[in-house]
Design a protein. Structure first.
Length: 362
């Protein structure tokens, strides 16, 4: 049985639905990430599970017990906020053991659990330091140690790295997963950052307008986005429509505005069926198109399946890659090309071979 079961939760604020029939489960020791844009309902969902808000409908079960009428302090859940919420007048040790003292544990238990938590987050020797003497990353570790010390059944983290700069977030997101796994903690992690979600979570739930659009492993969400919203939110801009011409032996031939595309799929498709197709941005190569005769004739040679023909409209340097925009038949499509690859001049006709793994039916 899963440790946590959330079933059909709904919540409305001022007549506006914030959560709409949300259901999911969390296994013991699993890290689930609630990922989505601002206003999608992920923090409200977290607060309802914590007991800080009340749902209009639905149930929350932990270890087989309905916890909705259980007071917050009796749920034995931990909650870590973006701003850390540390006591500035207390040193590191007093911050870490604050929750333990509130539980009226013995001095021996407090000492043991407090030192275990500091060791787990790599802050041995920091116990007597003042909070204002710590870096942002060290304060984040203190807040995490305070959440870990009582050994909660469920730890909830609301944008825990949101107050840190990008470089520090990159360093700590992997470390945070290591700490949560070492502590065998069941965790719900809220973020709007897909890189953070993919690095930390065992499974990712993508929320949109109070609903879960998709919940799966990070790899599955990235390789098989369930909807156009998920694809766009993950930074995949190339979504186009098409019509099935034929489908057999796991290969569908799709007629699209940019030409014929052969797509590998397990779905059962019928001729003339309308579909939505994702073209991934990770193009392998881009090259001049010597057979194109004019920018408004997007190919002059016999059409080749899975080859995009168009004009190079824009190039933006991104470090290891360069983002290029190719205009084809009134569509602007974006691709990430190796930064070392020499490109034709802007406005010139180009072609981009599209490998099978670059095409996904939504």
């Amino acid at each position: 049985m899963p440790l946590l079961q959330v079933a059909h939760l709904s919540k409305t604020f001022d007549g506006k639905p914030t959560l709409n029939d949300v259901s999911f489960e969390v296994e013991a020791g699993e890290i689930i990430c609630l990922l989505g844009p601002s206003g999608c309902g992920k923090t409200t969902l977290l607060r309802i599970i914590a007991g800080l808000e009340t749902a209009d409908n639905g149930t929350i079960t932990c270890d087989g017990q309905d916890v909705q009428n259980v007071p917050v302090h009796q749920r034995h859940f931990g909650l870590m906020f973006q701003d850390f919420a540390l006591f500035p007048h207390k040193n590191v040790w007093d911050n870490v053991i604050f929750g333990l003292r509130m539980q009226h544990l013995s001095d021996q238990q407090i000492q043991q659990l407090g030192h275990e938590a500091l060791e787990m987050v790599g802050l041995n020797g920091f116990a007597q330091r003042n909070v204002h003497q710590l870096s942002g990353g060290e304060r984040q570790r203190v807040a995490l140690a305070r959440s870990l010390a009582p050994k909660p059944k469920l730890l909830m983290l609301d944008e825990p790295l949101g107050a840190l700069d990008r470089q520090l977030r990159e360093e700590l997101m992997i470390e945070l997963r290591r700490i949560l796994k070492a502590a065998h903690l069941t965790s719900i992690y809220v973020t709007h950052d897909q890189a953070e979600a993919f690095a930390v979570a065992d499974r990712v739930a993508v929320l949109n307008a109070g609903r879960i659009e998709q919940i799966d492993t990070p790899a599955a969400v990235y390789t098989q986005p369930a909807s156009e919203f998920v694809a766009h939110f993950l930074g995949m801009p190339n979504v186009i429509g098409g019509t099935v011409l034929s489908a057999a032996a796991r290969v569908a031939v799709i007629d699209t505005p940019i030409g014929l595309l052969h797509v590998t799929t397990d779905r059962s498709l019928k001729p003339d069926q309308t579909v939505t197709l994702l073209i991934r941005s990770e193009a392998v190569t881009i090259e001049p198109d010597p057979f194109a005769v004019a920018s408004d004739e997007w190919f002059a040679e016999t059409p080749q399946a899975n080859v995009l023909h168009g004009d190079l409209r824009d190039v933006s340097f991104r470090g290891h890659t360069q983002r290029v925009i190719v205009h084809s038949n009134d569509l602007d499509l974006e691709f990430d090309i190796d930064a070392r690859l020499a490109l034709p001049p802007l406005g010139q006709p180009v072609k981009i071979p599209l490998p099978p793994d670059a095409l996904t039916l939504l």
